[in-house]
Design a protein around this ligand. Structure first.
Ligand SMILES: NC(=O)c1ccc[n+]([C@@H]2O[C@H](COP(=O)([O-])OP(=O)(O)OC[C@H]3O[C@@H](n4cnc5c(N)ncnc54)[C@H](O)[C@@H]3O)[C@@H](O)[C@H]2O)c1
Length: 434
């Protein structure tokens, strides 16, 4: 199939790079977003998100006249949906007395509805948003068929999960293998024809529900693996062992790959997607639920370590280094670092936080400061919450000059290997029972 014009709904971390990529590969692209700030910023030639290289690619796409942005969709050959699929914060489900989080599919629903008036015979609609199993067939198709057209015969529908790594999105969009699940083989083929415009990795065709499960299984297996690493770190502390050293030694085994413990699991994907299985089939997801519970409780473990370091947290001043959910990104969504800051405050500590990738981070209830100097002045304890390169590179001498604190809590193993005692520091590390 040949596609000349595509319309991409949702211009965030996934939709905007994808739109720019199609546009720089010769297609006419209309990017759509319901957030007026996103549209205004992009129309002014600025970016509302941080992703290396995106400014250049988007600028190139916009200058060529192939990429436009607007608040509503138009007729096109193909429609791509890349809108958020978070969970409801307060509307919890319950199975056997255990609460679980439920997917908030309102953005997918409204984006799909917005396509209906523009849907024409021969069009392709692709859902990229990570979604609970059967979303494509049970949610998308019935909405799209309100157009009066029949899915699978009059138009094509596919699900294609996005598996890029923030920080490397532009390279991975091109190089990663891409799974395309169609509601019919012809739909999968149409999806394949579309992405072949720029994807150089393998493109594999399957059915829509398999493609949905592939994405959820990838992130769920990572979540479960991180949960066991976190549990190992608790066990190591109990038995007087340094978990980081134990993991390094275990991973020398050719068939073992233990992940790293840390302050918890965050972001838009790994801390969210496993819930889609739990919600869809709680009676079959006991291990997945338990892993979520372990990882969600990890920020409490950080608080416990801080209490061990300081005795009591009440009235103590804490400098929190990092608020992002992982190193070297500006993404604060579902961040366990932010959760740890909130919990420390609830215990009576006064916490200042510094996030170098978002110095103006306006998170509710968190006092974020704009510089490293500011966050470190007047602290009793410095907690390393995110393994940003900038923090990892701090030497004992630099830190000693910037803070009166001589107590350090490293939750990500970023400061191992430096001679902290010589500069007067006591370093506690999460998972280090020695
Ligand atoms: N960010 C990642 O690294 C990543 C990786 C793989 C998969 N995903 C999945 O991709 C999807 C999108 O994630 P993201 O990180 O790009 O989200 P994002 O929050 O960065 O961007 C989503 C954009 O969609 C817009 N939007 C919301 N409702 C809309 C609607 N009805 N019509 C048009 N626009 C609408 C929002 O305003 C926002 O700008 C999610 O399902 C996510 O789980 C994300």
């Amino acid at each position: 199939m040949k596609f000349n014009k595509i319309c991409i709904l949702g211009l965030g971390y996934i939709g905007l790079p994808t739109a720019s990529m199609f546009a720089t590969h010769g297609m006419e692209v209309l990017g759509v977003d319901v957030n007026p700030h996103v549209i205004d910023t992009l129309q002014a030639g600025q970016l509302h998100i941080h992703e290396p290289g995106l400014g250049e690619v988007m600028g190139q796409a916009a200058r060529s006249g192939k990429l436009r942005v607007a608040a509503a969709p138009e007729a096109a050959d193909a429609f791509l949906i890349a809108v958020p699929t978070p969970f409801y914060e307060h509307d919890l489900g319950e199975y056997n007395g255990q609460p679980y989080k439920k997917a908030d599919m309102r953005a997918v629903t409204s984006a799909t509805q917005a396509i209906v008036p523009h849907l024409r015979p021969g069009n392709l609609v692709v859902l990229e948003s990570t979604s609970p199993p059967r979303t494509t067939v049970d949610l998308l198709v019935p909405i799209l068929e309100k157009s009066g057209l029949k899915a699978g015969s009059d138009f094509y529908v596919a699900y294609s999960p996005e598996r890029v790594l923030p920080g490397q999105i532009l390279r991975e969009l091109v190089e990663n293998a891409r799974v395309i699940g169609g509601i019919t083989p012809a739909s999968a083929q149409a999806g394949c024809d579309l992405y072949a415009a720029f994807v150089r990795g393998q493109i594999i065709q399957t059915d829509a529900t398999t493609a949905e499960m592939v994405k959820l299984m990838e992130n769920t297996s990572r979540d479960v693996n991180i949960a066991i690493a976190n549990e190992f770190s608790r066990l190591a502390e109990r038995f007087g062992v340094d978990v980081w050293e134990a993991i390094r030694l275990a991973n020398l085994h050719p068939r073992v790959k233990i992940f790293s413990p840390g302050p918890g699991v965050g972001g838009h994907c790994i801390s969210v997607d496993p819930w889609f299985f739990v919600e869809s089939a709680p009676e079959l997801s006991a291990l997945i639920l338990k892993a979520r519970q372990v990882n969600d409780s990890q920020p409490h473990w950080v608080v416990e370590k801080a209490r061990q370091a300081l005795g009591t947290l009440a009235g103590k001043k804490i400098a929190a280094l990092g608020l992002a959910y992982k190193p070297d990104v500006d993404d604060l969504r579902e961040s366990p670092a932010a959760e740890a800051v909130i919990l420390l405050q609830q215990e009576g500590a006064t916490v200042k936080a510094f996030e170098p990738f978002k110095p103006q981070a306006g998170l509710d209830g968190i006092q974020a400061v704009a510089t490293l100097k500011e966050v470190l002045a007047e602290a009793d304890l410095v907690v390393l919450l995110v393994n940003h390169t900038e923090f990892r590179a701090l030497t004992p001498a630099t830190l000693a000059a910037l803070t009166p604190a001589r107590l350090l809590l490293d939750t990500v193993n970023g400061w191992d290997g430096q001679d902290w005692p010589s500069a007067g520091f006591r370093l506690l590390r999460l998972g280090d029972g020695k």
